[in-house]
Structures are given as structure tokens and as C-alpha cells.
Design a protein. Sequence first.
Length: 209
Amino acid sequence: MSNLIKCKGCDQEVSPDAKACPKCGAPVKKKTGCLMMIVYVFLGLFLLAIIVPLFSGGSSNKSESQSSTHQDASIALLNIYSSRKEVNGGLLITELENTGKVGIIAFQGKWTVKDDLDATIAEQDIRFTSDTPYLTPEGNKSPHVISAGEKLVIINGTDDSSGSPKDITLATAKENLTNLNLSVSLMQPLDNFRVTRKISFEVEKVVTQ
């Protein structure tokens, strides 16, 4: 009698092998043995071991792909020209090159010039977006994608022709500067300061094709 179980419907003791209670007809719910419970636990752990790596692997592959794209994008500083004898102030022309493997739609960076005591002498934020006018012999070209290996110059200055000075940013190829009545040969290249000054350029954000 010790193996009998109670019916959930009427508390009548019935055999665990019975399909229904002989008194009230309620179905008999059989107990699950310890062995079956252990089997279910191991089966659940086995399924988790298979499913979890599939999802985490997909996420990892996506992250690796995004990281690879970011590594393929690279902007290098070639030179800086100023319309004054010193680097700070005046019209600044920053010469850059896309040294990466992909086209660049936009980027943001900053170059800094420091003396031998590590004091900042000059610094300039450099931005290039789809709204930046790109000058060509035929006129303005916007938006412009900086292709891999392409060199360009970013011009930062002040336009006071309207009576109220405002900052301007233009981009073009170095050879197009003559069309703007500018010549880097008449400007002071930053190369002359490399002996006593440290130049750094940090790219903060890049948007690729």
C-alpha cells in the first residue's frame, strides 16, 4: 500500500499504474522519478551548450566585421601650411591623405603642435562631411567621397566679405589651390618647425562607404 498515491480529485488512494481514479474518474498524474529528472536536466544543459555559442558567435562575427571596416579606414596628416609666419592664426591649409583601403564619406580629427617642453603652440579641429564644399576647376562638388589613396587639403579660414566674419571650411585637391588664388609655396610650411616642435594628428571619427 505504500506505493499508492492520492487522487487529486477525491483523495482516494489509487495505484500509480492506474490511468484514472476508479472512484471519481479523474486522471492519475504519475510521479516523475529522480532518474528522469536528472535526464531532463542534462538534456537542457546539452541544448544550452549548443544554442548559446550559435548566438554569441553571430554577434562576434558582426563585431569583427565592424572592427575590420574601422581598421581599413585611415587618414594621415601630410603637412600644414599657414598664411602667417607662425602656425597659429591666419589661413590654415591641412594636407591629408586617405591611407586606408575604403572610401571615406566623413571624418573628424584634430592636429596639435607642441614645443620641446610639451606646451601646445597651435591646434585645429579638422572636419570633413558631405556638406563640406569640394572645389574643382568646374566648380563646387558636394558631396565628395575621399577614395583610397587620394590626397586633399582642408582649408580653414574666416570670411569677412559680408561684414560679419564667419568661419569657413573648404576642401580641394592641392593642385586646385591656384584656382583660389592661393599658393602653398607662398605660405609657411609646418616642415620648418619639425626640428623643435612635435606634431600629432588624432582621428576621432570616420564614416566610410
